[in-house]
Design a protein around this ligand. Structure first.
Ligand code: FAD
Length: 448
């Protein structure tokens, strides 16, 4: 049997500048691409999910790129390890022995566990397993305090990120060259099945590009970046780059975006570093995916109030900026960062609901949902996270509206009945809710 390697795509739905794919091709083994539509994730999603549609359509692009180089992308629907085993067996039946699997690392706790299982199975079957840091510029284990422990506060992390960046021997932004032609396995047609969305239980309309219209740009607009520092907090403008979907699924390389940041906007570069900070936090503190980063915040007696939860989800709280944000989310799968902060703070403080419920709702609806940044944002809002604001600092949603949407343009776009009798009264009174939050947090956090 002739030895070959598989390259397993996950958060890197692209061929260009792909570190793991480049390493697979440089191994000297002929390479076949692999992707698993993972039932562990997909079985929990509704039939129309534009993220699945986006993945599906991006994979077709990759499949065609492989085909142009006489190669194959093997795409399967099932559980990761099962589908890898099937693929290895199917290759063996055709005379190809998979001797190595290459991939790029994912730092979230679920994928880390999955990869450990795959690595163990590989070890038991004389298959090499190689995983690379492609999803971030400075990997979590590269940016540590001088004593070797991880940072939990952003500003010193960011300083060390820059130092680490400068200290790399070769530029960490160098493009990983990928030459498919001549490097692919000429597998036969039996490998070319590509699961249809409908065969996996999804509407074909999940793949209509209107579903991800908020992210249609594939390069940051230079004028957006030139004005980013001044306009990034104004939700009525497209003042941010709308790259988060592409960073999430790796349709763009973080290295190319970081090069753009260095050239055009320090402030924007800082946001990319926030993203790496949260990747590092989830890597070093996996408990924070589901528990308070600071354990004593799990003592807070969250309220249980279905009516308030529903009103928040549907954008009917009577607080215009909160309602506009939730309606934007429900309609487009995107919400502006400033508004994410306002709606999350309102949820945890004014409604005193458990941040995990809000985090899960965002996870269902956000096209750019990404566990590390989502949990980071929610724990920041609830006060329980690393580097979170002190609990007694409670955002006033009305002041936020006056400051960041002074003309009301953003609110009117999403809440047309605002200012009429049809708009609901506030579901909680601000002063009461603020004081209730402070008192509840204070009592819960007081040392026992
Ligand atoms: C409660 C809450 C939940 C969030 N959930 C997510 C999520 O699930 N997925 C996600 O990608 N971002 C999340 N964010 C961060 C941020 O809101 C989005 O990354 C940003 O709105 C995406 O729009 P953009 O690409 O136009 O951002 P830009 O302002 O153009 O920023 C450029 C890139 O920097 C990164 N970035 C910017 N702000 C942050 C931040 N605060 N934390 C981490 N990375 C950041 C993103 O990758 C973003 O694409 C959340 C923030 C909050 C407050």
């Amino acid at each position: 049997m002739k030895p070959i390697a598989l390259f397993w795509h996950r958060r890197d739905l692209r061929v260009h500048d792909n570190i793991g794919l480049s390493a697979a091709l440089n191994s000297g083994l002929p390479v076949a691409g692999f992707f698993c539509f993972d039932r562990n994730i997909l079985d929990h999603l509704p039939p129309r999910d534009h993220r699945v549609g986006f993945i599906h359509s991006e994979l077709k692009v990759i499949r065609d790129q492989y085909r142009d180089a006489q190669g194959q992308l093997i795409a399967k629907h099932g559980l990761a390890l099962d589908t890898l085993q099937q693929t290895v067996n199917q290759c063996a039946d055709s005379g190809w022995k998979v001797t190595a699997i290459y991939t790029n690392k994912d730092y979230a706790p679920g994928p880390v566990k999955r990869d450990a299982e795959v690595a163990q199975w590989c070890g038991e079957n004389q298959i090499e397993f190689h995983a690379y840091d492609d999803h971030v510029v400075c990997p979590p284990d590269a940016v540590l305090k001088d004593d070797g422990t991880p940072y939990t506060v952003f500003t010193p992390y960011s300083k060390k990120w820059h130092k680490t960046f400068d200290a790399f021997e070769a530029s960490p932004l160098k493009e990983a060259s990928v030459q498919l032609q001549g490097g692919m396995v000429p597998l036969d047609g039996s490998f070319s099945d590509f699961p249809a969305l409908s065969a996996m239980g999804f509407d074909e309309e999940s793949a209509s590009p209107e579903g991800w219209a908020a992210f249609e740009n594939r390069t940051p607009d230079p004028s957006t970046l030139a004005n980013y520092a001044e306009r990034r907090d104004i939700p009525s403008l497209v003042g941010t780059a709308r790259m988060s979907l592409h960073l999430r699924f790796g349709t763009l390389s973080v290295r190319e975006l970081t090069r753009v940041g260095i050239k055009h906007s320090d402030k924007w570069l800082t946001e990319l570093i926030w993203r790496e900070f949260y990747q590092a936090i989830i890597h070093h503190f996996p408990h924070s995916a589901s528990d308070a980063f600071r354990a004593k915040y799990d003592r807070i007696p969250w309220r249980h109030d279905d009516a308030h939860f529903q009103a928040w989800c549907e954008g009917r709280t009577g607080y215009p900026m909160v309602d506009a944000g939730m309606r934007e989310l429900n309609e487009t799968g995107f919400m502006h960062n400033r508004v994410r902060m306002v709606v999350a703070s309102f949820f945890c403080k004014h409604l005193l609901l458990d941040w995990r419920l809000g985090e899960r709702y965002f996870a269902e609806k956000l096209l750019d949902f990404e566990l590390a940044s989502n949990v980071g944002g929610w724990q920041w809002a609830s006060g329980s996270g690393c580097d979170a604001a002190p609990y007694f600092r409670v955002f006033n949603p009305e002041s936020q509206l006056k400051k960041f949407d002074p003309t009301g343009a953003y609110v009117r776009k999403w809440v047309p009945e605002w200012g009429t009798d049809a708009y609901p009264e506030p579901i909680v009174e601000h002063k009461m809710a603020r004081q209730r939050a402070i008192d509840t947090y204070k009592a819960a956090l007081a040392d026992a």
